[in-house]
Write a protein that binds this ligand. Structure first.
Ligand SMILES: NC(=O)c1ccc[n+]([C@@H]2O[C@H](COP(=O)([O-])OP(=O)(O)OC[C@H]3O[C@@H](n4cnc5c(N)ncnc54)[C@H](O)[C@@H]3O)[C@@H](O)[C@H]2O)c1
Length: 345
């Protein structure tokens, strides 16, 4: 299959690109190379005859139309997005332009191409979204695919908007779509502005480990390579027009998560003091959702998928990866906004 992957130079998109190429798929990676992108993430496949790169912006409909005609993909996996909640609080406009308008442009380009090709039945437009569209949970319960949307941040609102557009393009124009809503990812190549890499790298640098509020916010952590595996499965086997929630079955509070990372570092790279002594509580993020948890019954029962690693196993792999790949992360610390407290509103 030839898959057009948008956002393939980012964290999750690059895991999808690497996995798809390793499974023998042709991949066209379309990415604007924003501050969050890193072509080193796909260096392991860059010389493969199965791989092509197109530097393009999903806000540019003309560029998208040309790429569809030039590459004639069998499927689209749309991951390109502005993805950092804190940045969405400081500058929501870019999130609306890329996540909402960019998705609209992708849908229109895909639809024109699909119609011009005679509406092939096997074509798929897979939209990759987040569980944050469902808003927040109390101490109990889980998000199912039927949970009403109630996004609380500019980021999650923009992703909710893009989900609605994708559904509508299926209902109105018959575009063959599938959607996935996934919990928090972590793993190798995670950009060093997100919680887990920030904690690992600050710990190593002897800096404070910032935890928003009292650290009680709960997330359901999913190893990025498990996510990529689930995404390819949904692309190939998911029912048309259907949404699938993807979770790690690994709920942890932020404080528990950070303490686990500290304990791994204490073992792998011991310092004079336990790393947990660097934990510092900072002003909470406005609109910070208390808890996310995924009910993965649909993807498990319909497609037979479940995550392959626990959060402890995945974190150990992740910490080892950051210890061994300083050449990857060190230059990224210089990029705009990285290492600063963003999104206090
Ligand atoms: N990270 C998570 O935990 C998580 C969880 C669930 C869903 N998601 C979704 O998965 C997708 C990928 O997330 P990520 O964490 O890999 O993001 P990321 O920020 O690491 O990567 C985003 C990529 O998209 C590209 N991009 C941004 N704007 C673009 C534009 N206008 N045109 C073309 N390319 C553009 C960037 O250059 C970057 O390579 C997003 O849609 C996100 O909403 C992420």
């Amino acid at each position: 299959m030839k898959i057009l992957v948008t956002g393939g130079a980012g964290f999750i998109g690059s895991a999808v690109v690497r996995l798809a190429v390793s499974r023998g798929h042709k991949v066209v990676n379309l990415d604007a190379l924003t501050y969050a992108a890193c072509l080193e993430n796909v260096a392991s496949v860059a010389d493969s005859p199965l791989y092509a790169f197109e530097k393009a912006d999903i806000r540019d409909p003309k560029a998208l139309a040309e790429i569809f005609v030039r590459h004639k993909p069998d499927a689209v996996m749309h991951l390109a997005a502005e993805s950092h909640v804190d940045r969405s609080i400081d500058g929501p406009g870019a999130f609306i332009e890329t996540n909402v308008m960019g998705t609209y442009n992708m849908l229109q380009a895909a639809r024109s191409f699909w119609e011009a090709e005679g509406r092939p039945e096997g074509f798929r437009f897979h939209h990759i979204s987040t569980d944050e569209v469902y808003g927040t949970l109390g101490p109990t319960g889980q998000f199912t695919e039927e949970t009403p949307y109630a996004p609380n941040s500019p980021y999650s609102a923009s992703k909710a908007g893009s989900d609605h557009l994708v559904r509508a393009w299926h209902e109105t124009y018959g575009l063959p779509v599938v959607l996935t809503n996934c919990s928090n990812n972590y793993g190798p190549y995670h950009f060093p502005e997100k919680l887990i890499p920030v904690v690992i790298l600050n710990a190593l640098a002897g800096k404070p480990l910032p935890i928003y509020g009292d650290g009680s916010n709960v997330r359901d952590w999913l190893y990025v390579e498990d996510h990529a595996d689930a995404l390819l499965l949904v692309l190939e086997k998911g029912a048309l027009g259907r949404s699938y929630n993807i979770g790690g079955e690994n709920e942890r509070s932020n404080l528990e998560l950070v303490r686990t990372i500290c304990a791994i570092l204490d073992r792998l790279r011991p310092a004079k003091q336990p790393y947990a002594e660097q934990i510092t509580f900072v002003t909470d993020r406005p609109g910070h959702d208390a808890r996310y948890a995924i009910d993965p019954t649909r993807i498990r029962e319909e497609l037979g998928w479940r995550p392959s690693v626990t959060v402890e196993e995945g974190l150990e792999r992740t910490v080892r990866w950051y210890l061994e790949n300083e050449d990857w992360w060190r230059p990224l610390l210089e990029r705009h906004g990285v290492g600063e407290r963003l999104g206090k509103a």
